[in-house]
Design a protein around this ligand. Structure first.
Ligand code: ADP
Length: 260
C-alpha cells in the first residue's frame, strides 16, 4: 500500500498540492482526475519519488520511500511517464530494460531474466515486432512495448501517466484491458487518466483533484453520485447500463455533456 501523509508538493518551493492525505490499496486501480494543470502529474511523480515533497511523507508498505536505495525501489515501484524520449534500441532491448534493477554489476541478463522478458512479450502479443526499432513503431505498439517493460520490471506498484493518450479506440481499450490484467495479478495501479468515462468504468477508486486539494477519493459510483465531477468540469453526467454485445452482460457507462 502507498500512503501519502500531510504531503505538500510542487516546484521551486511553491506548492501545487497542499496537505494531501491519501492511500492507494493493494490490488486496486486508482485514476487521478481533474482539470488541466490541477496537479495530477505532480501527485503521481511525488508518490513515485520522482519529485520530492515539500512537506510530509510518502510510504510504501509502511516504509518511507525517501529512504529506499534506488535499485531496491525500482523492484517495488515502476513509473511510466507521459512524455519520454524514444530510445534508439529494439523493442526487445527496451523490454529487457525492465530487468535492470535485478541485474548484477555486469548487467548481463541471466536465463531467468530472458524467460521473464519472453513471458512479458508473449502475454502482450508483441512477437511480430519485437526485433524492430522502437522509433519505427506506432504509438499503440510502442505503448504496449513500454507496458511489457513494466511487466518485466514486475513491481507491486505501477504508476502510469496518461497511458492511453493519443491512442485510437482499439489500442486505448487494449491498454485498459492490460491494466485490468495487471490488477488481477495483484498489482496496485495508480494512473492519471483524462478520459473521465474510461476512468469511471475501469477504476476501483477515483481521486478527484481541484484547487490544490483532493476533492473526493472514493469508488466511481460514489464520485459520480457526489456530482463533484459536474461541478468542477462544468458538465452534466449520466450513468447508463448497456449491453454492448448480445450476451456480454450489462455494463455501466458514463456520458458527459456541457452544462446547459
Ligand atoms: P496536470 O497533470 O493536472 O495537468 P501538472 O501536475 O502537470 O498538472 O501541473 C500542475 C501545476 O504545476 C501547473 O500549474 C504547472 O504549470 C506546474 N508545473 C508542472 N511542472 C512544473 C515544473 N517542472 N516546474 C514548475 N512548474 C511546473
Amino acid at each position: 500500500m502507498i500512503e501519502l501523509v500531510n504531503v505538500s508538493t510542487g516546484y521551486n518551493k511553491t506548492p501545487v498540492l497542499n496537505n494531501i492525505n491519501l492511500s492507494f490499496e493493494k490490488g486496486t486501480v486508482t485514476s487521478i482526475i481533474g482539470k488541466n494543470g490541477c496537479g495530477k502529474t505532480t501527485l503521481l511523480k511525488t508518490a513515485a519519488r520522482i519529485l520530492k515533497p515539500l512537506a510530509g511523507t510518502v510510504s510504501l508498505d509502511g516504509r518511507d520511500i525517501s529512504r529506499f536505495p534506488g535499485k531496491e525501489l525500482a523492484k517495488m515501484l515502476s513509473f511510466l511517464p507521459q512524455t519520454r524520449s524514444v530510445p534508439n534500441i529494439t523493442a526487445y532491448n527496451l523490454v529487457m530494460h525492465g530487468r535492470y534493477p535485478y541485474l548484477g554489476f555486469s548487467r548481463t541478463p541471466r536465463e531467468e531474466d530472458r524467460e521473464i522478458v519472453r513471458q512479458a512479450i508473449e502475454s502482450l502479443n508483441l512477437e511480430a515486432y519485437i526485433n524492430r526499432n522502437v522509433r519505427q513503431l506506432s504509438g499503440g505498439q510502442s505503448q504496449k512495448v513500454y507496458l511489457a517493460m513494466l511487466l518485466a520490471q514486475n513491481t507491486d506498484v505501477v504508476f502510469l501517466d496518461e497511458p492511453t493518450i493519443y491512442l485510437d479506440i482499439n489500442h486505448k481499450l487494449e491498454i485498459l484491458e492490460i491494466i485490468k490484467k495487471l490488477k488481477e495479478m495483484g498489482k496496485t495501479i495508480v494512473m492519471v487518466l483524462h478520459d473521465l468515462a474510461n476512468a469511471l468504468s475501469y477504476s476501483d477508486r477515483i481521486c478527484l483533484l481541484d484547487q490544490g486539494e483532493v476533492v473526493i477519493h472514493d469508488s466511481p459510483e460514489k464520485v459520480f453520485e457526489s456530482r463533484e465531477i459536474d461541478r468542477i468540469f462544468q458538465v452534466s453526467s449520466k450513468q447508463i447500463r448497456v449491453e454492448i454485445e448480445a450476451g456480454s452482460g450489462e455494463q455501466k457507462q458514463y456520458l458527459f455533456c456541457l452544462k446547459q
